[in-house]
Design a protein around this ligand. Structure first.
Ligand SMILES: [Zn+2]
Length: 660
């Protein structure tokens, strides 16, 4: 269901309440001992006050009493629900729940350094850094990796050097010292020469009575679920929770597996695989460049915004990991060459990550770039910034911890600056942690599907647009997703903040969060595949039952089907069924395709280990009324695959292929 501004207006709050079933009791959790937890569905009264049967559906069967789980799998202790609408319930739970506590590890420490030196004892070389840009007629796979550094502009005894590029590599030694340089760093600038026209247009805007556009900053932290913010960003989480102009969208459910396919819907309105099926140039083939993709920053640029793009880990950049990136700089201020130089010259690698650049955490460098962009540009021109950090968070939950203080410092600095008054900051993630111990638990699976999404508004926004603010507050506890963020961005693009006016969001897959999100949304109605839907309640299932064994077989067959045309990949067999869960067939869940095809169906989520290679996979498998079996949509790989897959290029199949 796509909501648009003009016709399909979501029901108002009073309407919505009429459709809510009356629950006499929640799912109650009774903890029996450390290893066995029983759920009991208490008398769910579905005698709804239904005024429109076709919308509400037929009454559900009388109160269901569910059988007890027979496995020893531990579940989370419910603390109520993040989302509790007729079509979606997402459990809330203790971030330190007993079922995951053993996987919550101690983080490492980042030690900040200091320099002991006076300025007049310095001798520094300043090297200007320039991206080497190839042409569309002739470019190669390295087109977004090349840059050059100028010869040394020497600074001694307090002299200065003019820098004309947006990045400079600075190397300093103590005067008269023959020892190796003790200071190396990359410095950033925002030269406005190249956006002269945008500045001129904005000047006209300032002189007219036109409402001034707000800056928009997207700051993404990879692989971070909301509960992980609470665990490892406690001070940041407290700041965000206490801030009266920050919203926390607790029912934001990812729409696909990894970063690319979850960020694309936000910044392009569609998943990468959909863009592929549209046959857009930018997604035509595996090694295509992304220059022609419909990035929303192009729309902002056309509206006169200065555009900025930076990622803390350029080697695994969103459009660069196993991809070639951009031929031309995609934005006005493209930090990639400077970040690549940082990795090479001032990175401190640990495992595969550069946690620090010079004396700063790499994510802190990105936070600084945000503040610098706003400081240097926003007086003259509105700013659209795309910023992403993956270094600390993409591989483990606990490595997020060193970012708590830098993130808090950034948010405080931003909030204390004048920029808070004219900027909307989307501070969010793409998905939860996709691999590792915690991921193989039920709560880990839930975490993977529910990234944190917060939005910081100017403090005056709620008074200026009270109806919009009311909707935003309500939507914090509604089922939302990536497409909604895209629609919201379109409203921001058009300065369409007033929910009571006929706003401008074109029809699409989502709806702007400035309008109330209806309570009757299901995952299916907003294009969240069943496999990633966190709305369904489920129970542990017996891994020794014939049905679960059958489901595991069906999943293995589906995995092998994906690689059947790739003889370089081994056929996989089940080594072990790790765990299984059975979904509860909620009256309103899974309406549409699944239900139409299968009147009576049982759905399992099965986790298996396969051999050879020891891959751990999770899939949702449905058994139909005529005993037909089917795997629903995506299959998740939930442990790391290392170097097992170097024989295959296809990024989607890399998670499955174990090379012979
Ligand atoms: Zn990601």
């Amino acid at each position: 269901m796509a909501l648009t501004r003009n016709n399909d207006v979501p029901p108002g709050r009073s309407n919505v309440d009429k459709f809510s079933p009356v629950y006499e009791g929640p799912f109650e959790v009774k903890r029996i001992n450390e290893i066995a937890v029983t759920y009991e569905l208490l008398h769910v009264n579905t005698a709804t006050v239904a005024t429109n049967e076709s919308e509400v559906g037929p009454p559900a069967p009388e109160a269901a009493r569910l059988r007890l789980p027979t496995t020893s799998q531990v579940d989370g202790m419910h603390l109520g629900y993040l989302i509790d609408t007729p079509s979606c319930r997402m459990p809330d739970y203790d971030p330190y729940d007993v079922s995951i506590k053993k996987f919550i590890k101690k983080p490492f420490k980042v030690i900040n350094g200091t320099y002991d030196v006076t300025l007049d004892s310095l001798s520094c070389c300043v090297h200007e850094v320039t991206r080497t840009t190839q042409s569309f007629k002739k470019f190669d796979a390295n087109c977004d990796n090349k840059y050059k550094t100028s010869k040394c502009h020497l600074i001694v005894n307090g002299t200065s050097a003019e820098v004309t590029t947006d990045g400079a590599f600075v190397v300093c030694s103590k005067n008269n010292s023959k020892s190796k340089p003790f200071y190396k760093n990359v410095h950033y600038f925002f030269h406005t020469e190249k956006i002269r026209d945008k500045i001129a247009t904005h000047k006209e805007r300032l002189e007219s009575s036109e409402a001034l556009p707000l800056n928009f900053i997207l700051m993404g932290i990879d692989s971070t679920f909301r509960q992980n913010l609470r665990r490892y960003f406690p001070e940041t989480f407290k700041f965000l929770s206490d801030d009266p102009s920050t919203l926390d969208f607790m029912g934001y459910n990812k729409v696909a597996d990894n970063t690319d396919v979850n960020v694309s819907p936000v910044i392009m309105g569609n998943r990468a695989e959909d863009l592929m099926s549209f046959k857009l140039d930018c997604y035509k083939k595996q090694k295509a460049n992304f220059d022609s993709c419909p990035f929303i920053w192009k729309n902002f640029s056309a509206q006169g915004y200065a555009t900025v793009y930076s990622e803390d880990a350029p080697s695994m950049g969103l459009y660069h990991f196993n991809k070639i990136g951009f031929v031309q700089p995609p934005v006005d201020f493209y930090a990639r060459p400077y970040m690549l130089l940082s990795e090479k010259e001032i990175g401190h690698p640990k495992d595969v990550n550069h946690y620090c650049y010079g004396l700063q955490a790499s994510t802190e460098v990105v936070y600084d770039q945000i503040m610098r962009a706003l400081d240097n540009l926003s007086d003259d021109v509105p700013v659209f910034g795309y910023f992403w950090s993956a270094t600390y968070t993409h591989g483990s939950n606990q490595n997020a911890a060193p970012l708590d203080k830098p993130t808090l410092r950034f948010l405080e600095k931003f909030t204390q600056s004048s920029h808070r008054n004219d900027t909307i900051l989307l501070f969010f993630s793409d998905h939860g942690l996709r691999f590792g111990d915690i991921r193989s638990t039920y709560l880990g699976a839930l975490e993977e599907r529910l990234p944190f999404v917060t939005m910081l508004f100017p403090p005056w926004f709620k008074d200026e647009f009270p109806e919009t603010w009311r909707n935003l507050l309500t939507n914090q506890r509604r089922l939302t997703n990536n497409y909604d963020l895209h629609s919201t961005l379109l409203d921001i693009l058009h300065g369409a903040y007033n929910a009571s006016l006929d706003l401008k969001t074109p029809a699409g897959r989502g709806q702007s969060l400035f309008l109330e999100v209806p309570t009757n949304r299901t995952c299916e109605s907003i294009h969240i595949p069943w496999h990633y839907c966190a709305c369904q309640s489920s129970l542990p299932a017996n891994i020794h039952s014939s049905e679960v064994k059958q489901a595991a077989q069906v999943l293995t067959q589906a995995i092998n089907k994906l690689i059947e045309e790739h003889p370089e990949c081994s056929r996989l067999e089940i080594k072990e069924i790790i765990s299984a869960r059975e979904y509860l067939n909620h009256e309103k869940f899974g309406e549409g395709t699944v239900k139409k095809k299968l009147d009576k169906w049982t759905t399992y989520s099965v986790m298996i280990e396969t051999t050879p290679g020891g891959g751990h996979f999770e899939g949702s498998v449905v058994k139909g009324h005529n005993k037909s079996w089917k795997v629903l949509e995506d299959i998740s790989r939930i442990n790391l695959y290392g170097n097992q897959n170097t024989c295959i290029e296809d990024t989607e199949l890399k998670k499955i292929c174990h090379c012979r």
